[in-house]
Design a protein around this ligand. Structure first.
Ligand code: ADP
Ligand code: 5GP
Length: 226
């Protein structure tokens, strides 16, 4: 019997969705890498976070974030609708749980762009077993400054605030399964694709293997030679 496989060699249709967490200090390139991942495999879902921060120029409500006022954000938290949430750079951020559950139950992987506090909460949750955590380091601190400035979306004050917090985020790099130094973007992206492709083949991500091996066992017991 032949099995349909996707571009990464996984049996399609019956794979369990993976939670792919990308974290880094602000400006190291996680949003850029997340965007490339989504282009590479359109079946991936992006976890659109809720936040109380103001939209940046070009950011769309419901696409980049769900931009909420603080009371609305807090009531979502109180209802238990968040998979994780944290206070970052003076604002609240959180990942709504329902779309994540829906995607992974349908066998689709979900990409998260969240900080270390959110990553820990997901890794320690029942979904931790199905999580792939990747930390993105910048090649140097001057380059991190350059990237934040060149991005051109934050005021000088906000950039300084984010740079002052960058060490706090970097200091959590050991909590992640994979760490990539994002020097050359193309090289980093190739490595990211390799990691995602391999992790999709993890035993826990392929519940269909139980049936497959059961069938192999039955055939073995029957002494079947086909
Ligand atoms: P983050 O989401 O981690 O805050 P971004 O993805 O927004 O970071 O990247 C910050 C800036 O750096 C963007 O202008 C992006 O185009 C640029 N960038 C990302 N990766 C690289 C790279 N490897 N080399 C040079 N510039 C990069
Ligand atoms: P930004 O304001 O630059 O979009 O994001 C600031 C920081 O908040 C980044 O480190 C980003 O990964 C993190 N972040 C974004 N959404 C969430 C979320 O839903 N939960 C948590 N814990 N962090 C988030």
């Amino acid at each position: 019997m032949t099995m349909a496989t996707d571009a990464t060699g996984s049996k399609s249709g019956s794979r369990r969705g993976l939670l792919i967490i990308l974290s880094s200090p602000s400006g190291a390139g996680k949003s850029t890498l997340a965007r490339r991942l989504m282009e590479w495999d359109p079946s991936l879902s992006f976890s659109v976070s809720a936040t109380t921060r103001q939209p940046r120029p070009g950011e769309a409500d419901g696409e980049d974030y769900h931009f909420l006022a603080e009371p609305a954000f807090k009531s979502l938290g109180a209802e238990g609708a968040m998979l994780e949430h944290a206070h970052v750079f003076g604002h609240f951020y959180g990942s709504p749980e329902a779309p994540v559950r829906e995607a992974i139950e349908a066998g689709r992987d979900v990409v998260f762009d969240i900080d270390w506090q959110g990553a820990i909460q997901i890794l320690n949750s029942p979904l931790g077993l199905h999580t792939l955590s990747i930390f993105i380091l910048p090649p140097s601190i001057p380059e991190l400054w350059r990237r934040l400035i060149d991005r051109g979306q934050d005021s000088a004050e906000v950039i300084t605030k984010r740079m002052n917090k960058s060490w706090d985020e970097i200091s959590h790099w050991r909590g992640y399964e994979y760490v990539l130094v994002n020097d050359d973007l193309d090289v980093t992206f190739e490595r990211l694709k390799l990691i995602v492709s391999a992790e999709r083949l993890r035993r826990e991500q392929q519940p269909w293997l139980e049936d497959h091996v059961r069938r192999l066992h039955q055939e073995f017991e029957k002494g079947s030679r086909g």
